[in-house]
Write a protein of this length. Structure first.
Length: 108
């Protein structure tokens, strides 16, 4: 009784298809991170313009209306959160670039 295997070409094609599937998933994730980062940065830029207007029109520190002060504090919290998220997205982007390079290397 002979032991039969698939051809080397078929094994190679199967392996390449697995890596391509993985590469497509990584590429999709890279694109999602890029889109989120660009959208968040755009919204942050818009928010910073509005926030500077609030600060400019609200008077000197200590003499501001309590609601203006509350709005400014909330704005600062939001800006801090967005900057943290942008940093996380940058880290993810770098990690995914590394994964992409490694999988691409497996494809030859």
């Amino acid at each position: 009784m002979a032991f039969q295997t698939r051809s080397r070409e078929r094994d190679q094609t199967t392996d390449i298809n697995r890596y391509r599937t993985l590469l497509l998933a990584v590429e999709r994730s890279v694109d999602e991170v890029r889109k989120e980062r660009e959208g968040l940065q755009r919204r942050l830029d818009e928010h910073l313009l509005r926030a500077s207007s609030i600060v400019d029109n609200s008077g000197a520190f200590g003499s501001r209306d309590p609601q203006d002060e509350k709005d400014i504090e909330e704005s600062e919290r939001q800006i801090q959160w967005v900057r943290q998220r942008l940093g996380e997205l940058e880290r993810q982007s770098s990690e995914l670039d590394g994964v992409r390079a490694q999988v691409s290397g497996l494809l030859g």
